[in-house]
Every structure is written in C-alpha cells, then in structure tokens.
Design a protein around this ligand. Structure first.
Ligand code: ADP
Ligand code: ASP
Ligand code: MG
Length: 405
C-alpha cells in the first residue's frame, strides 16, 4: 500500500470553508492512488478555550480530567472532515485516540505515543476508506485519555507515519514552510528548502512554533522525512531530513529562533555550600517546572553567591512560592524580571566555523543590546535580552548571518 499521512493544523481547519478545502487536498491524493491517513488538530482557538475553562474551575485542575477536557476539540474537526468527504461520495470516518487505540506513556499533558494498534485502520484503508484521526491524544494503561503536549498533533502524524510505514508525511499549516525565522515577525525571512532534524529540533525547542519539538525527536529517531507546506496555497514547502541530505555550504547559521515569555529570577546572597543548586532546583523539578538558562556567579567571599535562572512566565507564581518556602536554602533577596526574551541562532555550520560567537555578540553590541545571560550547545547560541529589544535583536542577527531575503 502506498500510504501518505497528511496532518492539518488548527488554522487549516479553522472554519467550514477551510475544512472543505482540506477535503479537496485529501481528494487530490486519493486521485493519485494514495491510501490517505489524515490527522487533524482542533479548529483554531478551540484548545485554548478549553484550557481557559479548566482554569476557571481551578489553577490546579486535576491532570487526568484536564486531558479529557483539552482533547475534546479534535473530535469536532475530525468529524467535520469525515462528514465532508462522505458528502463528496468518499468513504471516511473519524477515530479518537482511544478508539484505535493510540497507546501513550508518561504524565498527563506530556505523554508520549509508544504504540498504535493498526488492525482496524488497515482494514478500513483496504476497503478504500479515509481514516481521520484525532491528533494530540491517546490512551494510557489505565484506560484514561491522555494528551501529548501542546502542538502535539505533529507528533501524532509522525508516529502514524512510522507505524504505518508511510511513503510521505506532510504537515499542512498556515505558512508555506519552515523559515529562517518566524515570517510573521520578520517579513524578510526566507523559506528553508531543506533543514536537518538537529537544526529543526533546536529551532523548535527555542521557540519556532511551526513544529512541535517532540515530533522532531520522533522523526529523527525513526528517520522519517517531513514535508511542511501550506494548506492555503499549492507551492513547494520545506523538507526536514537527515543531516547528510542537507548542504551547509550556503549558510553557517540556518535560522534565528526566539521565545517571548521568559522570566528571570536571581537569588542574591545564596549561602554557598555543596549541593545548594540541587536544593534550589529539586522542588521545581518535582513540580514539572522547566528551568532553562542557569548562571551561578563565582562567590567573591567564598560564603555567598548569586544564582540566576530562567523559566516560562506561566510558571512564575508557582516558582516564586516554591523558592520562598524552601527551608533548605538561605539567601538575602530575590530579584524577578518577567520581561525578558531568549534569542538564539542555530546551525550545524557553526561547529566548523570559528568566530560565530564573536559575530553574534558584536552585532548585538552595535545595536546597544545588553546581553543578560548566555547559553550554548554545539549547534546553537542563545542570549537573554530585555523583551523591548527582542525584535531589534532578531532583526540584526538575521541580517548579520545573511539570512535576509
Ligand atoms: P498549526 O496550527 O498548523 O500547527 P502553528 O501555529 O502551530 O500551526 O505553527 C505555525 C506558525 O509557526 C506560523 O504561523 C508561524 O507564525 C510560526 N513560526 C514560528 N517560527 C517559524 C519559522 N521559523 N518558520 C515558519 N513558521 C514559524
Ligand atoms: N489542538 C492541540 C493544541 O492546540 C494540538 C495541536 O494543535 O497540535 O495544542
Ligand atoms: Mg502546531
């Protein structure tokens, strides 16, 4: 069987007109004799609305019921697509995660797909049907509905492509590919024809919302090529693939990513002793708070030190509470800045090219942008800046590394 997995994001199914358009795209593949497996997100804005409902009940809404609520948006979009295909004379039906089942493991809201029962879907494909599968959800060993992280329909599509050995996996979205940076923020951003899994994973983890980071990990592990393209216009998109398929000749840096919603906390005058950093971060880890950049200053008197770290704004209230009630640590005061942003440059080319760090810092300095915290890995350099400087920083780095259109 020549199978293709087509995933449609929220905006692509955001209205009845758009659902009809999705049906047209599916029919194009059926006419080319593909067996089509469709994955759909909820209609644009629906999942956010559901999250809000739970918040109106409680900020600590019980996690198992939270997943049950937020997974419900996909039920509507999938059935609308199946309904439209039926209306056009095609055999189609929708499937929720538990009906297949798509099995997941891990915590609610952050589960991961581990296996998919293929039997009924294969039978349906053989009978000429088009299965429309709810993205973002699965079921765990306790038979409860789970979700796999915001933007998780991307990962559902990749895992379906893996289990069904699909020839193609296409992510249809509201931009026509992966760009050198968010094209809605920098109109001079260029479409990237091919990008390696490693670069895409860094770009996505550092804020490029176009693909969910876990989905790229899954694709990389299973060597699944992903095509990202627009559901609105029929133009070529971007290919996410193995590093050896991608040339690094043209650009040292593949793209610039950024996140808007970071907070920086500094604990001033922390009593310095072995194990103090672990004592600070343990309760945060236990509460699933992701600590990102960390800097510990060298203590000048060998008794006290300052420790700075960043988290997402959403976690700020919880983090502040946990730090203040932590009896295992002593410090003089805590300084919080909730208006910071992280800007990162990403590219495998930097491994073999000296001077990239200097060029980045120099370009920012020329624009009078102060760097608050720095972190690096083999293929990325991130800096934390005041949020008011974010756009300027992205612009200048995009230009410095010759990414402008
Ligand atoms: P979907 O609902 O289809 O999953 P998302 O909103 O999750 O779509 O992702 C698409 C959005 O990602 C685009 O509208 C764009 O603004 C944003 N984006 C951020 N960084 C990038 C990038 N480097 N390339 C393309 N799009 C990006
Ligand atoms: N509907 C879910 C979300 O908004 C999943 C997805 O869009 O991929 O996060
Ligand atoms: Mg998405």
């Amino acid at each position: 069987m020549k199978i293709v997995v087509l995933k449609f994001g929220g905006t692509s199914v955001g209205s009845i007109g758009r659902v009809k358009n999705v049906a047209k795209i599916i029919i194009r593949f059926l006419k080319k004799r593909y067996k089509v497996i469709v994955v759909s997100s909820a209609m644009a804005g629906e999942t956010n609305k559901l999250v809000k409902l739970t918040k109106q009940i409680s900020n600590n809404f019980i996690s198992s019921e939270y997943d049950q609520v937020v997974a419900s948006g996909e039920q509507v979009s999938c059935s609308l697509i199946a309904g439209k295909l039926n209306d056009q004379g095609y055999l189609s039906r929708s499937w929720l995660g538990w009906q297949i089942p798509i099995f997941t493991q891990g915590k609610y809201s952050h589960s991961r797909i581990v296996s998919i029962n293929k039997k009924n879907i294969i039978k349906f494909l053989r009978a000429g049907g088009v299965p429309i599968i709810a993205g973002f959800q699965g079921v765990n060993s306790e038979n409860r509905i789970t979700t796999i992280g915001r933007g998780g329909s991307d990962a559902t599509a990749i895992m379906l492509a893996k289990f069904f050995k699909a020839e193609k996996c296409i992510i249809y979205t509201d931009v026509d590919g992966v760009y050198t940076t968010d094209p809605r923020v920098v109109p001079r951003a260029k479409k990237i024809e091919k990008i390696s899994y490693e670069e895409m994973l860094e770009m996505a983890s550092l804020g490029a919302k176009v693909m969910q980071p876990h989905s790229i990990q899954d694709a990389r592990l299973n060597r699944i090529d992903i095509e990202v393209r627009s559901s609105f216009k029929n133009v070529s998109g971007s290919l996410i693939t193995k590093r050896k398929n991608v040339s690094t000749k043209k650009n040292i840096i593949r793209g610039v990513s950024f996140s808007k919603n970071d907070s920086k906390l500094t604990l001033v005058g922390v009593k310095d002793r072995p194990g103090v950093a672990a004592a600070i971060f343990e309760p945060l880890f236990r509460n699933s708070i992701n600590v990102d950049m960390v800097v510990q200053n060298i203590s000048s008197n060998e008794k006290e030190t300052d420790l700075t770290f960043t988290i997402k704004n959403d976690d700020l209230i919880k983090t502040e509470k946990l730090i203040k009630k932590n009896k295992k640590i002593k410090f003089n005061n805590i300084i919080i800045d909730e208006k910071v942003s992280k800007v990162s440059i990403v590219g495998v080319g930097m491994i073999t090219t000296p001077g990239v760090t200097y060029r980045m810092f120099n370009a920012l300095a020329k624009k009078n942008i102060n760097i608050l915290v720095i972190s690096t890995s083999e293929i990325k350099i991130s800096v934390l800046v005041d949020r008011k400087n974010l756009k300027k920083a992205v612009d200048v780095l995009h230009k410095e590394f010759k990414l402008d259109y």
